[in-house]
Write a protein that binds this ligand. Sequence first.
Ligand SMILES: [Zn+2]
Length: 872
Amino acid sequence: MRNFGVKLLLCAALLVASSSPVPAQRSFSGAAEIEQSLYKLNELGTILHIAAHPDDERTAVLAYFARGRHMRTAYLSLTRGEGGQNLIGSEQGAQLGMIRTQELLAARQIDGAEQFFTRAIDFGFTRTADETLQKWGHDRILSDVVWVIRRYRPDVILLGFSGTPRDGHGQHQTSAILGKEAFTAAADPKMFPEQLKYVQVWQAKRLVQAAGFGGFGLATGGRGGRGGAAPAPAGMVPPVPEAENGPEADTGSFNPILGYSYEELAVLSRSMHHSQGTGAMRRPGAGRATFTIIGGPPATKDLFEGIDTTWNRLPGGAAVKAILDQALRSYAPAHPEQVIPALVQARPLIAAIADPLAKVKLAELDETIAECAGLFVEAQARQYDAAPGTPVNLTATVLNRSNAKVSLQGARVEGIWNQDAATKPAMLGYNQSAEVAFHLTVPANQAYTQPYWLVKPATADVYRVDDQNLIGLPDTPPAAQVRVRLIVDGAAIELVRPVHHRYADRAQGERVRPFIVVPAVAVNLPEPVALFPDATARKVQISVEANVADAKGALRLEVPAGWKAEPPSQDFEIASSGEERVMTFEVTPPAGETTATLHAIAKVNGRDIESGLHVIAYPHIPPQTLFPPSDVKLVRANIKVTAKKVGYIMGAGDEMPDSLRQLGLDVTLLSQSDLEQGDLSRFDAIVAGVRAYNVRADIRANQSRLLDYVKNGGTYVVQYQTGDSPDPTAPRGQQQPPNPFNQQQTAPVTTNLGPYPFAVPGGNKYRITVEEAPLKFPNQDSPLLQYPNHINPKDFEGWVQERGVYFAVQWDKRYQTVLSTQDPGEPPMEGGQIWTRYGKGVYIFTAYSWFRQLPAGVPGAYRLFANLLSAK
Ligand SMILES: [Zn+2]
């Protein structure tokens, strides 16, 4: 299996998630991989990089230390990037965090580093560290950073930011503030003593800061000091000047074994962040990263100056070093099996060293022996999922593809089950395999394979994780893994493989899914929010989908006092797995305005099932399954809307059409042909989805038809668009848009979004990040505030994440403003919503975050948006 690059990419998450020490992920195979492994075995330096988000990391620096210096290298991202915008789909929040987690793991596969997280949730852009620390809780996240340091035991800690307002984003500042504190705290036994049950205190030797901004660093030589580097944002404080004669890393140097420079690897790695649009071209050529020492002894050339990173640092290590030096000297790419005897000789010496690092190296050694022997080892499940109480057949396979003497001694399944297989030792000749079969049953009360950080509901902006040993892990440990015991050329080694399901997709070729435990039925909610614009009862549908054959049970609804659900329970019987039943209930709201939660519970075989099942599938990451709670948010709010038929131009992906249907509107998604030749006049209002102008050429091409629709009496509502869409006048081949999320562009970019000019800039400056930011009405009599709903300040309560993004900064005087708002310490902005009459109709540009508020069931946001649709 090691030779299947694609396959390895797919199971990276699982390898890393294993609770026992695991080798770093691999994306190279064959000789390149083996040579990397041999060098890595003989290198004991460790570096930990700390920043706040997926894509903050200095990828070229990670690649340089992991792939070039063969060191244990890791990136600790405080968050999973939940608060960003999703460029590839409609997932927000925790689901976006799951996508970004997998993207980081895919990136690490290329640059060779490992990945960690804290429990902190990215709550969106903020300008201050104070707001960040107040939301996360200083001690809680500090304890996580300390925990990762104590467990990973880095020699050097590399901060991506300075910990000052110069960093811009408050979460960036916080990553450096906590990193600095943790450098000392990890070594202090009085700090977080509860962790010392599992780990020892640890003093890193050196604390350093990367020059420039995370992801926006200075290039000091060649064309970019770090992966994805862009110039420092204009209008912000320039980065710290680099230390004269400070240590450096030659990230532009070419690695002939891998065939790339570290700058090139960095671009390949960063290009895995599909949801952030960081795809870029490789940059062969010079590159250099520079650092400032902020803790520990000074250094002038190298971050590891004065630190012994050889085996000599461990008692008894000198003998290991001598053997491994010799193995490297004698390594012949076409005959890797020839170094096995040396590795076998080193094994007992390493096993005898009582040091956590030696344990890590021992697991690496066993994997390297397996690589040199060309061993194929896998744990295959007959299907990728199973429900509690159902049988599972697993097969562990070991194939010897060399002339090494390999014998299979035994196999044990761990995780859900912990049992040895009844195996007899078997010698494996060249290209001979042995299989071990397990016939198992999933225990009736087995927990489902939920991402570990989503098992309990999050408290405010921090995930709740009760098991200390899970904290920091990038991914959920596999539901099951198989540990095989082998003797290779006389050495007893152990290899651990997660249980997966490998199969052929006729279009895509080989695919792999992790084995997971799922509920017997999933209680899915077609609508996560049920809106009651008046006091009449309405139907709420719940779908029960079977994951087993002959699923029998009852679905009951729980609603709080004042609400009524009829009937209270319905029986179901579903013959085959994959089939679903949709059940309809009538829910009656109370007369007055209120919100509540409807909880749907299916009882099957005596077990209550209170979750749905949702799969996030994209080609660049393994499929991700989660079990969201089976709750419907009930919103009883008086909302009037005069529009009936609405056309929706979907952009980058949002949940707005379903939200608008909650208002009883007839919503049609508009295709290219609708825009080109459809009868637009049949719609009372047309809405452009978020970033529709950035991702759809057909909307730009038909702008004059859309404006004619307005002229003839239509209402056109355009939601936020980024200010740096491709320039349609650029020559063919040069139309690649700049990354919409870099902060390069603060100069207004005029867009032709409306009948009269207005300017929408990119970057973080023209947005309102505080979701409680106060609102003022500069034009109190504006119809958008008065009709058909009378808007008052209460309508701005209970918003989530932010007020809005990418506000307009300049507009033609024929536009009127409606709302004024400001972030703390910032000037007020009125460009979040501008509108004008044009011909007989109305044009509205609105950069408020309706795409977050409506799906979250915020009543005031519904009222405000209903007014936009009703504008005449
Ligand atoms: Zn960031």
